[in-house]
Design a binder for this molecule. Structure first.
Ligand code: FAD
Ligand code: UDP
Length: 400
């Protein structure tokens, strides 16, 4: 109970639960300890408790649930995302309906503009972008496709993030939209990154200016944090916040571990550190009704150190005479936010994964533990699949 009280308080007032305040619960034995209260950890905990009937302890070193998707009301009363903008989108009916057990939704289609050549133009590049940038009047998809084909450079094997863009839109648009942004975001040139990174952003010949085209696009109506609270609100789940796994490990005996933190950290960095990219967030509250026309404006130019600015009211639909924004400054040091997709990092991950595979009493789930540049829905899908496999194994073992 003590631990669960900590959850409800933490979400609203964010106190750090100190080890002394939970010492009275030390005698507990848990079927499963889940490290991390983000999407991976929360879905695993919810399934293990609600479907599997397991007694679960969730431990997170941060003073709140939600992982990187954590949101909170700021001094303006605007619901902001402490770790940068999180827009939910998925093509999976299963994932959307699973999360819909814990939240209602606000329909929201994400739109992004890029600050290029003293203009704000649609990103991903579409026909409107081309017409605005080049003063053209491309009227049809065929017109736009022909224009892009004339810019594109043939690349025999598309391997890197530079190849992807150059082969689709040519060098000029690559330099305007991708090269500077990517160098800032990753501290690497696109030619040094796997093609998967810039492949996330399509090029369009129509005038669709949505960032995503997924079947389901929506924001949790009362925010992500509220959704996580509901997922974890189960009699079989206790939550311990502000406590690192290494402190909780021995204090709370458990039969199985679900680890959603960085996999290299779990193994004591024995093969060396896996590179993760970090960010610094500068949150600002402004005494004006609106700052920018859409939720996110990208700044690909090397002239600014930040990569993008988010204005949250577009995401929440809140009305207020004041507004709240966040600047994102990429950083080499700090919390691990992005696995860095390049072949040598994947090779290092594979060495850690080989260790993970021979640990039957530990499951590694999520963006940091499986070193995959996953969106939220993909992490939910991965966690649901992991739980299903665990449950099937359990049934098989019972049958023997
Ligand atoms: P996390 O959310 O990182 O949770 C892991 C948790 O484990 C953390 O809370 C951490 O404190 C805890 N932890 C780690 N190690 C330990 C330890 N040793 N002891 C105790 N606790 C520990 N996805 C989208 O779908 N749409 C978006 O718009 C989007 N935008 C994003 C923007 C940014 C800036 C970032 C960084 C990511 C974005 N994502 C987005 C991706 C999304 O954040 C992830 O897919 C998702 O949050 C990953 O969930 P997770 O549980 O794997 O990891
Ligand atoms: N990207 C870019 N310019 C942009 C938007 C994206 O160069 O205006 C590249 C950049 O390398 C970025 C990647 O495409 O990291 C993926 O973009 P996305 O918006 O998916 O990044 P995320 O939201 O995950 O940070």
């Amino acid at each position: 109970r003590l631990i669960k009280d900590a959850l409800s308080r933490s979400v609203h007032a964010h106190p750090i639960v100190s080890p002394t305040s939970w010492s009275s619960s030390r005698s507990h034995h848990y079927d499963v300890m889940v490290v991390g209260a983000g999407f991976a950890g929360a879905v695993m905990a919810e399934r293990l408790a609600a479907d599997g009937g397991k007694k679960v302890l969730v431990v997170d070193r941060r003073p709140h649930v939600g992982g990187n998707a954590f949101d909170e009301y700021d001094a303006n009363g605007v619901l902001i995302h402490r770790y940068g903008p999180h827009i939910f989108h998925t093509n999976s009916e299963e994932i959307f309906s699973y999360l819909s057990r814990f939240t209602k939704w606000r329909p929201y289609e994400h739109r992004v503009l890029a600050a290029v050549d003293d203009m704000l133009v649609p990103m991903p590049i579409n026909r409107t972008t081309l017409n605005m940038l080049y003063g053209l009047d491309l009227k049809t998809e065929e017109d736009a496709a022909a224009f892009l084909a004339a810019q594109a450079e043939p690349v025999s094997v598309v391997r890197t993030s530079e190849d992807v863009v150059i082969s689709a839109v040519g060098r000029e648009l690559y330099e305007k939209f991708f090269q500077g942004y990517t160098r800032k975001q990753w501290g690497l040139d696109p030619s040094e990154l796997d093609k998967a990174v810039t492949s996330r952003v399509p090029t369009r010949t129509n005038t669709d200016d949505r960032y995503f085209t997924d079947k389901f696009q929506a924001m949790p109506l009362e925010g992500y944090t509220r959704m996580f609270e509901r997922m974890l609100d189960h009699p079989n789940i206790d939550v311990l916040l502000g406590v690192d796994y290494c402190e909780a490990r021995d204090a709370y005996p458990h039969d199985h571990l679900v680890f959603t933190g960085p996999i290299d950290e779990y193994f004591g960095y024995r093969f060396g550190k896996l590179p993760y990219r970090s960010l610094q967030f500068e949150h600002a509250q402004l005494d004006q009704e609106q700052f920018q026309p859409v939720a996110v404006v990208n700044y690909p130019s090397p002239a600014t150190e930040y990569t993008r600015i988010t204005e949250y009211k577009h995401l929440t639909g809140q009305q207020s005479p004041r507004t709240s924004i966040t600047y994102e400054y990429p950083a080499a040091e700090g919390d691990p936010y992005y696995p860095i997709p390049r072949p040598e990092n994947q090779a290092l991950f594979k060495r850690y994964e080989a260790l993970a595979m021979v640990q039957p009493d530990v499951s590694f789930v999520g963006r940091l533990a499986t070193y995959r540049y996953y969106n939220m829905d993909q992490v939910v899908g991965q966690a649901l699949a992991t739980y299903r496999k665990m449950a099937q194994r359990h049934v098989r073992e019972q049958a023997v």
